[in-house]
Structure formats: structure tokens, C-alpha cells
Design a binder for this molecule. Structure first.
Ligand code: NAD
Ligand code: WQD
Length: 347
């Protein structure tokens, strides 16, 4: 009988973490969620359990609390590895309150690594971001490019975290880490039982589109119409959150087949293809049959004109490729928004 491997999933009640928990169970892993619930709501845990038809193990613990984490490791024996999603992620808030971001994102990582070491848990999958490429000189970006100083304190916590993990593995060669650089995660689970729950006015494009279509926002402002791109709007690599979630299963599998000892191996997780803001809007209009209210406005400070990732390394080593399309993403994001309306959810 195949042994079921137990995996601690910090931030497992969040947007990407919840989708990963579902994929992990479906792939035969046993996820254990550790989350302080500062950016999650009970409907997400309910949704995970409804999809799976079984309860999931959850600890309400802050990753900066070493005693709390140690208690989880004491109770949960034989831990195969940790996926570390827990972090704060709002770019604008990080500019206004950088210490909140350095405190949470770095303290959580340091505390977690200490507890992993004390308990001889040797495998880490870390949530990084394409923001560490800064504004790239050439496209697509690949993992061997030097990191650039990201435009925001949030982005910088990801750059420093990658470096911190590198220093840690160098001192502890039995340990192995994989850092996954996500591009722009969008969409929701096909069942509409889990998805993204932005608090307040969304900063990100897709929730802003779906909230505008649902009548919660007046209109969308397209940030910038005069970039050096085909239609003048910015280009991003939008990746369906379920594809992204599946890559975490592949990363855990890869620890068994590839020797990453003493390394922090980095992988891009994107589609390898860029889409403009106007293309995203058009795709939304096509799948929903609605006309979106939007206007072309000024550029948003800090936005890079164009970024998308090379995905050959993920495909060759992790044996992972995105499968879902932009249409799938927009359909699932829209169904999720409509579900939230139906249950009258107010964050
Ligand atoms: P999210 O906010 O939905 O999920 C993060 C979860 O972590 C939340 O449930 C929150 O309650 C929890 N959390 C935060 N601080 C914690 C702490 N100290 N202890 C325990 N739990 C804590 O965010 P997400 O979009 O799911 O992002 C997950 C990870 O992926 C983050 O590290 C984020 O920086 C990274 N990332 C996200 C994106 C994106 O666009 N969503 C892109 C690149 C990278
Ligand atoms: C996408 C495009 C906007 C809102 C952010 C973080 C990055 C990573 C992913 C975590 C851009 C345009 C947006 C709007 C618009 N997160 N836009 N009107 O900025 O690419 O990346 O999320 O690591 O670090 O910075 O994502 O969804 O905010 O924007 O025109 O109301 O949509 O200008 O071109 P971004 P986004």
C-alpha cells in the first residue's frame, strides 16, 4: 500500500493554499493546514471540506509563534515536508506599512525554518513571486536571471526570503528547498466552492473585473494605455490557480526523484505566454456575455510594462505544465463571484 505523506501547509486557508490542499488530498498526500486566519474566512475551509467530502486537519497558529508551531510538529509525527504559503501580499499596503511585511513575511519564514530544523523536517516548498525579476530587460524571464530589487517592500520580502533560504540550505546541506515563482494567479475552483476573497477594494485585475460586472464597483480603470505593447496596455502571464496548485504536488513528488539536497531550486510557474489587460477584459466579456464598464486611465506607479515567464525548467524537472486557458480562468473567476453573490457573502 502506498504510504500517505503528511505535509504541513502554512497559509492553507488562503487563496492559493486552499486550492493546493484540495490537489494534495486528491494526489494522495495528507495536508495539515496551519493558518492564523488573518486573511481567510470560514467559508474557505467549509468549501475545501465540501469538495473533498472529508474534514481536513487545521491548526490556528501564527507562523511567527515558535511554540505554536512546535506544538503542531509534536502532534503531527512523520512530516514529509512543508509548503509555506503564509504571508501578507498586498503590494500597496506594503508601501504604506513596510514593517508589517518584513515582520510577518520574514519572521514567519525564519521561525518555520528553525522549527523544521529542530524537528528534522528536511523539505520546503516556498511561495515566491515573479516580482523578483523587477522590470525585465528581455522576455520571457528565466530562473537563471539575477534578482532585481522589486518595486515594493512586499516584493522585496520575496527576494530576501529566497536569499535567506539559500543561506540556510548552504549551512544545512541535508535540507532541500524549492522556491516557486508565481506569475499572476487567477480563477477559482471549478466547483465555485473556493476562490479568492479580497478584503475591501481589490488591487488585482481579475477580482476588480468580476466585482465590476457584479455591480459592486462602478467601473474598472485600465492602468495605462500608452505602453509599448500591441494595444498599449500592460502584459502579464495569467495562470489558473488550480494549475498552480497542481505544481505544488509536482514539487513534493520531485523531492523523491531529484536530488535537491543543499539547494534552493527555483522554478517559474506561469503559462509562458503574456496577455494584455484589454485581452483579459475581452475574454471576460466573451465568457460572461456581458459588456464590462471600463475606461482607459493613467499608468499605475510601480507597474512593469510586460512580463511573462519561461517554463521549460518546470516542465523538464517538475514535469508540470499549465493546462487551463485564460477562458477557463475567467469563467471560474466569474462563477465564483456569482456564487459569492448568491450566498450574499460580505468580507
Ligand atoms: P492569501 O492571503 O489568500 O493566503 C495567505 C494565507 O496565509 C491566509 O490564509 C492568511 O490568513 C495566512 N497567513 C498570513 N500570515 C500568516 C502567519 N503569520 N501565520 C499563519 N498564517 C498566516 O494569499 P495567496 O494569494 O494565497 O498567496 C499565498 C502565497 O503566495 C503568499 O506567500 C504570497 O505572497 C504568494 N504569492 C501570491 C501571489 C498572488 O498574486 N496571489 C503571487 C505570487 C506569490
Ligand atoms: C495586473 C494588470 C495592472 C487593476 C501583483 C503583484 C505581484 C504578484 C501578482 C504577488 C496590471 C492592471 C490592475 C486594475 C488594471 N503578487 N490593472 N486595473 O500588478 O501584475 O502583480 O499580483 O506576488 O507581486 O504586484 O497584478 O492584478 O494588480 O495587475 O488595469 O484595476 O492589470 O496595471 O497591468 P500585478 P494586478
Amino acid at each position: 500500500m502506498k504510504e500517505i505523506k503528511k505535509v504541513i501547509v502554512t497559509g492553507g486557508a488562503g487563496f492559493i493554499g486552499s486550492h493546493a490542499v484540495v490537489e494534495l488530498v486528491q494526489a494522495g498526500y495528507e495536508p495539515v493546514i496551519v493558518d492564523n486566519f488573518e486573511n481567510s474566512f470560514p467559508i474557505i475551509v467549509d468549501g475545501i471540506q465540501q469538495i473533498l467530502g472529508d474534514p481536513v486537519k487545521i491548526y490556528k497558529v501564527d507562523c511567527r509563534d515558535s511554540k505554536g508551531l512546535q506544538n503542531v510538529f509534536d502532534k503531527e509525527k512523520n512530516i514529509y515536508g512543508v509548503i509555506h504559503f503564509a504571508a501578507n501580499k498586498a503590494v500597496g499596503e506594503s508601501v504604506a506599512d513596510p514593517l508589517k511585511y518584513y515582520d510577518n513575511n520574514l519572521q514567519s519564514l525564519v521561525t518555520l525554518l528553525r522549527v523544521m530544523k529542530a524537528n528534522n523536517v528536511l523539505r520546503l516548498v516556498f511561495s515566491s513571486s515573479c516580482t523578483v525579476y523587477g522590470s525585465p530587460d528581455s522576455l520571457p524571464v528565466n530562473e537563471s536571471l539575477e534578482r532585481k530589487r522589486p518595486a515594493s517592500p512586499y516584493g522585496n520580502t520575496k527576494r530576501v526570503s529566497e536569499e535567506l533560504i539559500e543561506d540556510f540550505v548552504a549551512s544545512y546541506p541535508e535540507f532541500q528547498a524549492i522556491s516557486l515563482r508565481y506569475f499572476n494567479p487567477i480563477g477559482a475552483h471549478r466547483t465555485s466552492l473556493i476562490g479568492e476573497l479580497p478584503i475591501g477594494v481589490p488591487n488585482n485585475l481579475v477580482p476588480f473585473i468580476t466585482q465590476t460586472a457584479a455591480g459592486l464597483r462602478n467601473e474598472l480603470t485600465v492602468f495605462g494605455k500608452d505602453y509599448d505593447t500591441e494595444d498599449g496596455t500592460c502584459i502579464r502571464d495569467y495562470i489558473h490557480v488550480v494549475d498552480l496548485a497542481k505544481a505544488h504536488v509536482k514539487a513534493l513528488d520531485a523531492f523523491l526523484n531529484v536530488d535537491f539536497k543543499g539547494k534552493n531550486e527555483i522554478f517559474n510557474l506561469g503559462t509562458g505566454k503574456g496577455n494584455s489587460v484589454l485581452e483579459v477584459i475581452k475574454t471576460f466579456e466573451k465568457i460572461s456575455g456581458l459588456k464590462l464598464k471600463y475606461r482607459l486611465g493613467d499608468r499605475r506607479p510601480g507597474d512593469v510594462p510586460k512580463i511573462y515567464g519561461e517554463v521549460t525548467k518546470s516542465s523538464n524537472i517538475l514535469k508540470w505544465k499549465s493546462e487551463l486557458t485564460l477562458e477557463d480562468s475567467m469563467r471560474d473567476a466569474w462563477n465564483w463571484q456569482q456564487y459569492l453573490g448568491k450566498i450574499n457573502f460580505k468580507p
